[in-house]
Design a protein around this ligand. Structure first.
Ligand SMILES: C[S@@+](CC[C@H](N)C(=O)[O-])C[C@H]1O[C@@H](n2cnc3c(N)ncnc32)[C@H](O)[C@@H]1O
Length: 282
């Protein structure tokens, strides 16, 4: 077990939400002739423990190893997934996933030691008519590229949970000035185009004596960033759950927003109310 700590109490909520959705999704589709896939694009290791930030008096008894999303997906009871794909870039973590697979010898589990932004579009491209999938995008930070999200949306076969790194993006967008060129390029890859994040900057009303042009200032903080990403998702998915969950750190600062998006217009009619109910109640 590599046991690399990450997350905190909010990780428990994130996994509870996912777990409840996977149970409902498989139950709702169990009478249908679909091959059901679960895809974990940022696979991890199969268990997790909280990051050092959380090993404090506030969350003292939380320093245990917990069941992580690949294991949760494997243990769906009512109608188990037909096939599971775990993509993981880190070789050591991939080995942990191999050990997890050996605990479930009768299950159809593929583990790919590779980059999610390459492997996931490949998976999307290969989906057949009767394949349906839930994809969980659970990165540490800003690893998810927009092209990957768009490839998922285009399939019309995938329901997708996306953990969006609000804090990392907020840090990439300084309040006083526009981001550096390197950060602008990264933001472009995350949002799929400059116009989707640059509109968060507006010309400053304060002109200094030496300024010829008004400076660009970011007028909105993380809520504005969330709204912009929700709009971007809505531009490519059949439907996006109106509720998203914001996870905060122990200092109450927003760290991540969890979004749900459905790519199939018919499937969305059932999937969105289920996901939205879970997001509102757990
Ligand atoms: C937050 S963890 C995933 C946690 C997992 N969902 C769980 O519940 O245990 C993110 C994982 O993504 C992996 N990773 C980072 N960048 C990646 C990439 N481009 N492609 C695939 N995996 C990546 C990291 O090595 C790490 O194991």
């Amino acid at each position: 077990m590599v046991d690399r700590p990450f997350g905190g109490p909010w990780t428990r909520d994130k996994l509870e939400i996912l777990s409840r959705y996977l149970d409902s999704y498989t139950t709702v589709l169990k009478a249908q002739p679909f091959n059901l896939f679960y895809v974990e694009a940022f696979g991890g290791e199969g268990s997790w423990s909280p990051g050092s930030e959380y090993i404090s008096d506030d969350y003292g008894d939380f320093n245990d190893l917990h069941r992580a999303s690949p294991r949760i997906a494997l243990q769906v009871q009512d109608k188990p997934f037909d096939r599971l794909l775990f993509i993981e870039k880190d070789p050591q973590s991939s080995e942990s996933l191999q050990r997890l697979r050996s605990e479930f010898p009768s299950r159809n589990i593929a583990i790919v030691n590779g980059d999610a932004n390459t492997e996931l579009p490949r998976f999307c491209h290969d989906l057949q008519n009767f394949d349906r999938a839930v994809v969980f995008l659970d990165p540490f930070a800003t690893e998810v590229e927009w092209d990957t999200v768009e490839a998922i949306a285009k399939t019309q076969k995938i329901d997708c949970w996306i953990l969006f790194p609000l804090m990392a993006i907020t840090r990439m967008m300084p309040t006083g000035n526009e981001p550096s060129q390197v950060l602008q390029d990264r933001l472009d890859r995350i949002f799929g185009g400059r116009q989707y994040w640059q509109s968060l900057y507006e010309p400053s009303l304060q002109l200094s004596f030496f300024d010829e042009e008004p400076k660009q200032e970011r007028q909105h903080v993380s809520e504005g960033i969330s709204v912009r990403y929700a709009e971007r998702l809505e531009s490519v998915f059949a439907e996006v759950a109106p509720t998203r969950r914001t996870f905060r750190n122990s200092k109450n600062a927003p760290m991540f927003a969890l979004f749900f998006a459905a790519s199939n217009p018919n499937g969305a009619r059932r999937a969105i109310p289920i996901a939205n109910h879970i997001l509102n109640n757990w």
